[in-house]
Write a protein that binds this ligand. Structure first.
Ligand code: AMP
Ligand code: ZN
Length: 119
């Protein structure tokens, strides 16, 4: 919806990304800076800044329903994975277009909900 939003541009095909899953409501692609062997971002095609942005029910449902599909596509359905939605400054959200990270492919540790650089 905004001209400068990188995830809007990806969802519109204006910036390349490695697609993992897509349907009419969401688009999923590999993170450009993966923090684990599997690191996928799922974004709604419509622009919402974050989870608190009055997101329609059908969009939230599509976002969450896409998670196990992405996990299956990436082969981590059985081994497990982490789902993260960084929201706002303290969470370190850098792209203000609602997205969930699906991270897996290695043990992620306990009590750490945001993988850090060099973990
Ligand atoms: P967050 O910190 O939750 O806002 O995460 C934003 C994520 O978007 C980071 O993990 C970035 O590596 C990722 N990212 C930024 N630009 C791109 C891009 N062009 N393609 C894929 N992932 C991106
Ligand atoms: Zn956007």
């Amino acid at each position: 919806m905004t001209d400068e939003c990188v995830f809007c541009m990806i969802a519109n095909g204006e910036i390349p990304a490695t697609a993992v899953y897509e349907d009419e409501t969401v688009f999923a692609f590999d993170d450009i800076a993966p923090q684990a062997p599997v690191h996928v971002l799922i974004v709604p095609r419509a622009h919402h800044s974050d989870i608190s942005d009055d997101v329609p029910d059908d969009v939230l449902l599509a976002l969450m329903r896409a998670v196990p599909k992405v996990a299956a596509a990436k082969g981590v359905a059985a081994s497990g994975y982490r789902v993260i939605a960084n929201t706002g400054e303290d969470a370190g959200q850098t792209v203000h277009h609602l997205h969930v990270h699906v991270i897996g492919g290695r043990p992620l540790g306990e009590g750490m909900v945001r993988p850090m650089e060099g973990e």
